[in-house]
Design a protein around this ligand. Structure first.
Ligand SMILES: [Zn+2]
Length: 558
């Protein structure tokens, strides 16, 4: 039995589900708002319950992971880059707002759900998506809405206990909720001058939520509202379906409706007035159900996107992450960290180190030396209860693939020729996919132009002319040795060996004196300047193999 965080939550959830509803399928839940591109940071909202639900399934229990799409939330703001005429839709449900221009999708919410759903499918995340628009407009929540309205004074009193405490925190909560991607951000809790009503109708004329409930009759369920557009109307809540409960009531209502046993949240739920704390009281006292086990998860940061933000719209999505890393690796980042630990998803050079770590772990798994917790994280990353995530058949280091892609520009024949120097048994590039494609995409999309390798077209004659006798000798030793050492290992020996020969040592000498190291550094720097016009670059043996013997000689022979 695994002793990682996922296993411990699974223990707890299974025990709690047995206590609440023995023999019934266990429900884990996530919620996402398709109000715009769904940020990679929100993936933890789905991955945390996914991993727990998956562990529960591995143990043979029936478990459903519901993903609530908060697509009946109001359209709150027009993202940068979208036609300003979309401002007229602010206040409408996300499913009533037209999709951005050129989109094949029926509405705003569908447009942003689709790429997220596709990314989750690619990552092996099984879920049952629930459109809150469909739930509310079909009347599925009718009884719960009527109950909440009947109990509005009790709800108001519960919320009142937190309102003053929460006021000081409001700004923080808004920001946290916005990051969480839930419906919590900036939404009022139903209080107003005319009394407290937890149900907010969308106006039947303008379809916006700029409405104020003015009266409600418990006997007849007649609800009167006015709208900022000038419309006013009385509807019967036994029939009305174009409206929703305010977020702080909506969330606990759904816990009760779906019987949710596990749902984490990104907001610090120990803070007074947070939706999770208030919801816990409302679900017990109003809906007569239990609160889910709901750990707080720490935010996931992104590194290496700053330089890209202006060109890419600034919001990395899970699809962006999957364009540079394989699904198993992305899963692993979530599986290996406890939810309360923060971490970063790297779009910069760090991704190479992340891949090295992953490959090291893979080798330890293969030879049976991985620690139990690492084994568990690896298995959760590479497989689910029902699928094995796609794997690259022949794994070369990501950094090697990236270097070669950088130098060849992705040209296939040259790429294959060079990579065969690393592994003679490569039959074709397909064996290196999808990792190769991810590395190529990373280089072309996320490596800043100034960090890309540009092999010089012409020799740097000024630099060559300025060299002293020792430097000239080192270049001649290299040039003369290329034919004999034209392999990855051979070139490694040669580039380290040239300064050794100059120091009177054998090319294969194990010496590592400070003087020799300094000479090697100076020699490498000279080669980089002559080959790529910079002080550094990809590993020299890789670079030399990629550039090719004749071209190398053309750039270093004086
Ligand atoms: Zn209106």
């Amino acid at each position: 039995m695994d002793a990682d965080w996922v296993a411990r939550f699974a223990d707890e959830v299974i025990a709690e589900a047995e206590r609440r509803a023995p023999g019934k399928p266990i429900v884990c839940a996530s919620g996402l708002s398709p109000s715009g591109p769904i940020h990679l940071g929100n993936l933890r909202e789905v991955m945390t319950p996914h991993l727990v639900a998956d562990e529960i399934r591995r143990r043979g229990h029936e478990c459903v992971h519901i993903l609530s799409w908060d697509d009946f939330d109001r359209f709150r703001k027009v993202p940068a880059g979208v036609d300003p005429s979309w401002y007229e839709h602010i206040g409408k449900p996300l499913t009533s707002v037209p999709a951005p221009p050129g989109s094949p999708y029926a509405n705003w919410a569908e447009h942003f759900k689709a790429p997220m759903a596709a990314a989750l499918a690619e990552m092996g995340v099984e879920f049952r998506g629930i459109s809150q628009t469909e739930m509310y407009t079909s009347g599925a929540y009718r009884e719960q809405v009527l109950l909440a309205m009947r109990e509005r004074r009790k709800i108001d009193a519960i919320l009142g206990q937190y309102r003053t405490k929460a006021k000081a925190k409001a700004k923080d909560d808004d920001e946290a909720a916005a990051l969480e991607g839930s419906g919590a951000a900036g939404e009022d809790d139903g209080s107003g001058a005319g009394g407290y009503y937890p149900y907010k109708p969308y106006c039947s004329v303008c379809d916006r939520d700029l409405t104020t409930v003015t009266s409600y009759d418990d006997e007849t369920t007649a609800l009167a509202y006015t709208c900022a557009c000038g419309h006013s109307e009385t509807v019967m809540l036994t029939e009305h379906t174009r409206g929703k409960l305010v977020w702080k009531v909506d969330w606990p209502m759904r816990w009760a409706y779906e019987g949710v046993v596990f749902e984490p949240s990104g907001v610090d739920h120990t803070s007074p007035g947070s939706s999770f704390v208030v919801g816990g009281q409302i679900v017990r006292e109003v809906f007569g159900a239990d609160q889910p086990i709901g750990p707080m998860y720490a935010f996931v940061g992104i590194s290496g996107m700053a330089k890209m933000s202006s060109s890419k719209g600034g919001v990395p999505t899970p699809a962006d992450a999957l364009s540079i890393m394989e699904p198993a690796l992305l899963r692993w980042l979530y599986a290996r960290r406890r939810p309360n630990q923060s971490f970063k998803v790297s779009f910069d050079q760090e991704i190479q180190r992340m891949y090295d770590e992953w490959d090291t772990l893979s080798r330890k798994i293969a030879d049976g030396t991985a620690l139990p917790a690492d084994q568990a994280a690896y298995r959760r990353a590479a497989t689910t209860a029902s699928v094995t995530l796609p794997e690259t058949p022949r794994r070369l280091p990501y950094r090697t693939l990236a270097s070669v892609a950088d130098i060849t520009g992705g040209e296939e024949e040259q790429t294959l020729r060079i990579l065969r120097e690393f592994d003679h048994e490569i039959a074709g590039l397909d064996e290196l996919r999808p990792r190769l494609d991810r590395a190529q995409h990373w280089v072309t999309t996320y490596v800043p132009a100034e960090d890309r390798t540009q092999v010089r077209e012409e020799p740097d004659t000024a630099l060559l002319a300025s060299l002293g006798a020792t430097e000239r000798e080192s270049l001649k030793l290299l040039s003369d040795g290329l034919d004999e050492h034209w392999s990855l290992d051979g070139l490694t020996t040669l580039v380290y060996g040239v300064p050794k020969i100059q120091a009177g040592l054998d090319i294969g000498d194990k010496a590592a004196t400070p003087e020799l190291k300094a000479a090697q550094r100076a020699f490498f720097s000279l080669l980089y300047r002559l080959l790529v016009g910079r002080e550094t670059g990809p590993r020299l043996p890789t670079l030399l193999l990629t550039v090719g013997r004749d071209r190398v000689r053309g750039l270093i022979d004086s």
